[in-house]
Design a protein around this ligand. Structure first.
Ligand code: GAR
Length: 197
């Protein structure tokens, strides 16, 4: 029995890569990635599809809008639903999803965010934490709801901000935490150790 997942991402794909590596090493529980889908046809995340022998789809979307248009949204829903996934993973997916999208997937969508929510929602969260003078930041995985970065928190990993940190070094630390947290949560959900909504 496998637990089907689809990954949505917009950019570099380092978190998608961490998921795919965990899967390759047998460390993703019952989870099996079926496809990587991006709102940016040029996104490096799509290169991972061929590297890991998965389906990859780039859907051309307006890069200047935070939300998907109705057409873009319906296209996404159809593509994702084709795979009938048990869970959809937002791994660096930078579009805001509305309730139609979330309901179409029965709320089975998790998002990775680079801060300790509810602090620093939205964009540039690592930079916002850095300039705020906070002594600690981190990353969060939460269930997706129509309210941005505000769904129920599944788990978090803290990252201390050291006096000698720069934005670059802090970004590296947060990414390292993300690469450990996200696959571990997918594994637990696939094994029923974290319950679906
Ligand atoms: C990650 O840091 C993720 O938390 C963030 O985008 C980055 C994607 O990196 N997501 C958000 O900010 C969502 N609001 P990646 O493409 O290398 O995985």
């Amino acid at each position: 029995m496998s637990f089907k997942i689809v990954i949505l991402g917009s950019g570099a794909g380092s978190n998608a890569k961490a998921i795919l590596e965990a899967e390759k090493k047998g460390k993703l529980g019952l989870a099996k990635t079926l496809a990587l889908i991006s709102d940016n046809e040029e996104a490096p995340i799509l290169d991972l599809a061929s590297q890991y022998e998965k389906d990859g789809h780039g859907i051309s979307c307006n890069p200047h809008k935070a939300k998907l248009s109705q057409n873009e949204r319906d296209f996404f829903i159809n593509k994702v639903k084709y795979y009938n996934p048990n869970l959809v993973i937002l791994a660096g997916f930078m579009k805001i999803l509305d309730s139609t999208f979330i309901d179409a997937l029965n709320g089975r969508i998790i998002n990775l965010h680079p801060s300790l929510l509810p602090s620093f929602p939205g964009i540039d969260s690592i930079k916002k934490a850095f300039v705020s003078g906070a002594k600690i930041t981190g990353c969060t995985v939460h269930w997706v709801t129509p309210e941005l970065d505000a769904g129920p928190i599944i788990d978090q990993m803290a990252v201390p901000i050291a006096p000698e940190d720069s934005i670059n070094s802090l970004t590296e630390k947060v990414h390292r935490a993300e690469h450990s947290l996200l696959p571990s949560i997918i594994k637990k959900i696939s094994l029923g150790e974290i319950l679906m909504p």
